[in-house]
Design a protein around this ligand. Structure first.
Ligand code: GDP
Ligand code: MN
Length: 385
């Protein structure tokens, strides 16, 4: 599971990592107000699940609240295409508005699992900023590494060695050591699979701050971390989706609360358990359908997805197009059963058929629920997708 930069910064801050003051904005007016509270000079950062934003116009500096509002108008609702999003890009729905800081040096700091060593490894480099992947390939010696003992954790001397290796001294060295230890503690406590701060900034005044942050979590560990899983629900409400996470293994995507309840009942009758209540509502757009689908498959506990749409106000072909696009972009590791009925159902089915992706079509609701339960019981093998 991936989370947004602002969420990762919130988690890191709990472990003593210093981050710039910032606020999240969903509208230009909110961006303007946030910029005012943050002192006027701010950086606006698109919150999408992909890096490479700096190069693609996803990180912009504003000199005043008015400019922040104007830039936010351009950024919000636009599609951001970066080297990591794929050609389709990602719609920007949320900005992180942060106080501008005067950066003296940009460093790299990250922690990940080294499978061959069966240990977590902390990596640091003086060559921080935007191109760490290229640096690691071209000049591997420029990336310092310290392996974390599974019981002892990262030791003070190791954090100090990394900070010295980055060329830091005095107070800045001490602050970097605190950050490095905080990162390692945060990684272990949240059972993350990756935590990366790039750049880690040394400011003109000697402060050490996470300018960017990225965290990914081990899906198998998430049931032990309800606070991180809860971020999924928060995400849903932001897109106008009505989502409640439940305990089961069948992810449901339905339009209308009544139909969603009936779908959940049918799943129980067939011997399965719904993993969520997800009502995409009536006037939903293709983009929101894609969002809903991505949200659903990011739940690590699901073993099958059941999409049940009755096209009244919402058109079945629009839902189908959203699902096809999201499945193509994000992929899914579980089988997907789809039942479409009502407005433009035939067009919707044709889109699914022609997608080249192997969805499992179903006619009736009961049949759809039974099929989803059977596929989930089969272990939710990657299915045909
Ligand atoms: P990424 O390109 O998606 O990894 O986005 P980053 O958050 O790393 O931003 C890219 C670049 O923008 C960084 O390397 C910084 O140089 C710059 N940047 C990001 N945030 C700030 C900030 O708060 N202040 C300043 N001055 N520069 C920033
Ligand atoms: Mn970055």
């Amino acid at each position: 599971m991936k989370i947004h930069e602002f969420q990762a910064k919130g988690i890191l801050a709990r472990y003593g990592f210093r981050v710039p003051r910032g606020e999240v904005a969903a509208t230009p007016a909110e961006a303007r107000a946030a910029a005012g509270r943050l002192g006027g000079r701010v950086v606006l950062k698109a919150q999408v699940h992909a890096g490479g934003r700096g190069r693609a116009g996803g990180v912009r500096a504003a000199g005043s609240p008015e400019e922040a509002e104007r830039l936010a108008k351009e950024m919000l609702g636009a599609t951001l295409v970066t080297a990591q999003t794929g050609p389709g890009g990602r719609a920007v729905r949320l900005l992180l508005v942060e106080e501008a800081v005067e950066v003296a040096r940009e460093l790299y700091l990250g922690i990940a699992v080294d499978r061959s060593r069966e240990a977590a490894v902390v990596m640091a480099s003086a060559g921080g900023g935007v191109d760490i992947e290229a640096l690691a390939v071209e000049k591997p010696e420029a990336v310092l590494r310290e392996y974390v003992h599974p019981v002892a954790g990262l030791e003070l001397f190791q954090a100090r060695a990394l900070a010295f290796g980055l060329g830091l001294a005095g107070d800045v060295h001490g602050r970097a050591v605190t950050s490095i230890l905080g990162l390692a503690e945060c990684f272990a406590a949240t059972e993350a699979s990756l935590a990366e701060v790039n750049p880690l900034a040394v400011t003109a005044s000697g402060d050490v701050l996470a300018l960017d942050a990225k965290m990914e979590f081990d899906d198998n560990a998430l049931p032990r971390h309800p606070d991180i899983l809860a971020l999924l629900e928060v995400e849903a409400s932001r897109y106008g989706l009505n989502y409640v996470k439940l305990e089961g293994e069948i992810g449901c995507l339905v339009n209308g609360a009544g139909l969603a309840m009936a779908t959940m009942d049918l799943i129980r009758l067939e011997g399965g358990r719904p993993a969520d209540f997800l009502d995409i509502g009536g006037g939903v757009k293709e983009e929101a359908v894609g969002r809903a689908f991505r949200l659903l498959v990011s739940d690590p506990e699901i073993k099958a997805v059941l999409i049940n749409i009755f096209g009244g106000i919402v058109r079945c072909d629009l839902v189908a197009a959203g699902v096809v696009k999201a499945a193509r972009d994000a992929g899914t590791r579980v089988p997907v059963v789809i039942r479409l009925e009502g407005t433009n159902a035939e067009e919707g089915r044709a889109l699914l058929r022609d997608s080249g992706l192997a969805f499992h079509p179903a006619e009736g609701m009961k049949e759809a629920a039974a099929l989803a339960v059977t596929l989930a019981a089969g272990g939710g093998r990657p299915g045909k997708l």
